[in-house]
Design a binder for this molecule. Structure first.
Ligand code: IMP
Ligand code: MG
Length: 183
């Protein structure tokens, strides 16, 4: 079936299909369910990119848990990953088992900063689950306990990832033609 967005000339090709994502999310959810059985789990994601993955992942986790959200705004490339928290978590995380759920980890600077902030709140544990890992671009060493896919250094859209606010709704992860973003 031809989908309208795939006919968009700015989209290059599908890198990870809807079916591949669904299978991997199921596997990750199963591992998380085993690892966090009888723990006090809260899944946290950063608006807006992580919401699509979080929504699918949490329905593949069959242990009791809650979800919470943060929003940040970047100070720009010179800030070493420091961000302003524009929406903080609704609930305290002290003594809880926190799993940060990310759409993609690129340089890792943003997440590294957020992990420092969250660690100061004394959670019982703090771990990272990312759907996509653009590991060749990493600038800081980050422990990643759960990883969906390693991806190349290309600009990706879909399944939560956007360019200027659009294409988050694509069910698959796609690459853009270089001229769309490399200019
Ligand atoms: P970093 O790891 O601090 O460099 O930033 C990660 C954030 O950059 C992600 O949460 C995305 O919002 C954004 N990002 C990185 N790579 C891509 C991409 O290929 N497409 C869309 N957004 C991206
Ligand atoms: Mg993001």
């Amino acid at each position: 079936m031809m989908r309208a967005h795939l006919a968009d000339s700015r989209i290059d090709r599908i890198l990870i299909s809807e079916e591949q994502i669904a299978a991997r999310v199921t596997e990750l959810g199963h591992r998380i369910s085993c690892d966090y059985a009888a723990r006090d789990l809260v899944l946290i994601t950063v608006l807006k990119g992580g919401t699509i993955f979080l929504a699918d992942l949490c329905r593949r986790i069959d242990t009791v848990h809650s979800i919470d959200f943060m929003a940040v705004s970047s100070y720009g490339p010179g800030a070493g990953g420091a961000v302003a928290i524009t929406k903080d978590l609704d609930d305290a995380i002290e003594d809880r088992d926190v799993l940060m759920v990310e759409d993609i980890i690129d340089t890792g600077l943003t997440l590294n900063y957020l992990l420092k902030v969250l660690r100061q709140r004394r959670p019982a544990s703090l771990a990272v689950c990312t759907l996509l890992d653009k590991d060749v671009r990493r600038l800081v060493d980050l422990p990643i306990e759960y990883r969906g896919f390693e991806v190349p250094d290309r600009f990706l859209v879909g399944y939560g990832l956007d360019l200027d606010g659009i294409w988050r709704n694509l069910p698959s992860v796609a690459t853009l033609r270089e001229e769309v973003w490399d200019g």
